[in-house]
Ligand binder design. Sequence first.
Ligand code: COS
Length: 376
Amino acid sequence: MISFELTDEQKELQAMVRKFTKNEIIPVAAEYDQKNEMPWPIIQKGFEIGLWNFNLPQKYNGLELDHVTEAILIEELAYGCLGISGAWDGNTLALTPILIAGTEEQQDRWLPQFAEKPLLGSFCLTEPGAGSDAKSMVTRAEKVGDDYIINGTKCFITHGGIASMYTVFAKVKGSKKISAFLVSGDNPGVSMGKVEDKLGDRASHIAEVIFEDVRVPAKDLLGQEGDGFKIAMQTLDRTRMSIGAAAVGVARRALEESIEYAKVRTQFGKPIGQHQGIGFMLADMATKVEAARSLVFLAASEIDAKRIDPKFGAMCKLYAADIAMEVTVDAVQIHGGYGYMKDYPVEKLMRDAKILQIYEGTQQVQRMVIAGRLLS
Ligand code: COS
């Protein structure tokens, strides 16, 4: 049974993040958007107040948040800026495979560094020729003595080239199956390729990562050879929920901006919100935001209850990303000509929303996952 009543601790954390978003993110969001730049000072500030490492276990001095609390906080960060909140999500995505499949020895070796400094992790699955069809990747790992040598290029990678730890998916030579490896950012064979110039989500650092004769000790193989695809899918089963939460944050911001505007903008002798055409739009937008958040909480609570059904993460990502797109488009419409200009934040929200329908699996992939579960 899902309870929508937040605990005292969740309310406290939500208030803290709301304040952080208001003071640290909202004032600079447009600037990072314009510069297409990684928000290092904000991550540093988040780290200093203990707001970093959402899923790092407490034994490594992380927050070890449950998924419902994670959803609440990601909504708040994304309310301020989707791209900036992506730094938190990018780390969660990179650390999840090691939490799922890493041995205690691997976790002890790789995870403590994240609590010492505001370091970044990076999840490297996608390749130029392997997006939705992740299994068709061509990055190779060759076993040489006690090491693997990895060669290949990953693209559209969050924190690509600037991370301290990469979770890299590659096929071991001679096998069609995918394996997962932990690779240090200091490894001399790891380099940054093209840094992407994006439509929206511009405060997140997205780049190509090139792996050239990257030597990885066999002890940094996650699970067994061939486990990589399952590890990647199990990771996404847990993290797509968070994309849903970010989508709710973007949509809620667009809704609130629209309500404020509709109260003060006067046309035909009255505030535009008093015209039924606009009032009904606001009503629909608000309903969608509430429905999406409910689905996010459902998916998050199921994961917390250890009932991990891939369809719930897929459903909440699918629905929340679609309504974020719809609500932000409506927000621009309500703002009229002003909404199209950069003086108001809604055009950025609309540009940001589009990526929610694409990353961590397109909307079409979410439907494949849901239909697969319904018919299995
Ligand atoms: N958990 C555990 N195992 C899973 C799984 C899951 N959620 N989903 C699939 N598997 C297993 C299957 O059971 C199957 O195992 P066997 O080989 O032992 O039978 C194997 O993985 C292959 O499954 P399937 O044939 O369904 O895989 P497909 O290639 O058809 O791919 C989709 C399925 C499309 C769902 C998958 O490729 C996908 O999610 N693609 C999008 C990737 C993505 O989100 N990229 C974004 C990058 S991260 S920003």
